[in-house]
Design a protein around this ligand. Structure first.
Ligand code: SF4
Length: 289
């Protein structure tokens, strides 16, 4: 398979065929994100994608799922997506699930009918980076969205019958907005009602604006203890969401994974124990993105 630049895929796509369709992210302005900083967004050449599909046809018959990388493949025109999905269906007919990243802008650009068409052609799962539901945080990290705009995008995905997985980022409000970040994020998630919530913890990267703000002392990263308090606030404010909940990313100080609402009390009990110092946290040297 031909891969260019950093290939990022959600943990739940670990066993999927990773077909890189685009390189980079069409937005690429979030101050905390360094993944595609020096990578201009582009669609890969059709012959490269075709060669990868032929490779998958020969060597990937054991994998039933396919993930389309990079940053936001959903931003492609409907015509291009339909042509791509057609190829996948013809050449990899055993595939049962197509997944991709879709930012709110990409979702807005698609009508409900267009999303339904993609679903009928095999699209099953859209991964969306919410990061925060707090408008002040979203503004400060130049996400280019508001809690309201992302709620609308999320609801559009689920209304089309697609599985919605949403990522949030603990610590993104710094110490100044820590509590508001947690509470507002929970409120947006309550309205969005995703099928899966993935909670990551901010690890500032040197090549990002936010990383430079941390180094300059203009952004104060919450301590591990404060990050746990954020997680506690976030979970305690989640109401009536029925979804998978994963806070066990490599960046996490306290890995938690389960279902809501079933495991809510158990999660809160684990966090309380950790806040009292009875559970060791993952040390910084073992955390990763
Ligand atoms: S966080 Fe997502 S939308 Fe923002 S620059 Fe990175 S890949 Fe693009």
């Amino acid at each position: 398979m031909n891969y260019s630049g950093n290939i990022i895929r959600p943990p739940s796509e670990a066993n999927s065929i990773i077909l890189q369709v685009t390189v980079g992210c069409s937005y690429n302005k979030c101050t905390f994100c360094g993944v595609y900083k020096d990578t201009p967004f582009q669609l890969k050449a059709p012959e490269t994608i075709n060669a990868d599909l032929r490779f998958a046809q020969k060597y990937c018959r054991g994998q039933k799922r396919i993930f389309l990388a990079d940053g936001d493949v959903l931003i492609l025109s409907q015509k291009k997506l339909i042509a791509l999905f057609d190829k996948i269906r013809q050449q990899l007919p055993w595939i049962t699930r197509i997944s991709l990243y879709g930012n709110a802008r990409a979702v807005r650009n698609k009508s409900a009918e267009q999303l339904a068409t993609l679903k009928s052609m095999g699209l099953d799962r859209v991964y969306m980076g919410l990061e925060s539901g707090c408008d002040a945080v979203l503004h400060s990290v130049r996400k280019g969205e508001t809690g309201e705009s992302m709620t609308a995008a999320g609801r559009k995905i689920t209304a089309a019958g697609l599985f919605l997985s949403v990522t949030t980022l603990l610590g993104l409000g710094g110490t100044a907005l820590s509590a508001q970040h947690a509470i507002d994020t929970a409120e947006v998630l309550n309205k969005m009602a995703p099928h899966q919530i993935a909670v990551l913890t901010l690890m500032p990267l040197e090549n990002t604006k936010l990383g430079r703000e941390v180094a300059a002392g203009t952004f104060t990263l919450p301590s591990p203890f404060e990050i746990l308090q954020e997680l506690q606030l976030l979970i305690s404010h989640l109401q009536n969401v029925r979804c998978q909940f994963h806070a066990n990313h490599a960046s996490s100080y306290l890995p938690l994974s389960g279902r809501l609402p079933r495991d809510k009390d158990a999660f809160l009990a684990s966090i309380a124990t950790a806040l009292h110092g009875s559970t060791p946290l993952v040390p910084d040297y073992r955390r990763a993105l």
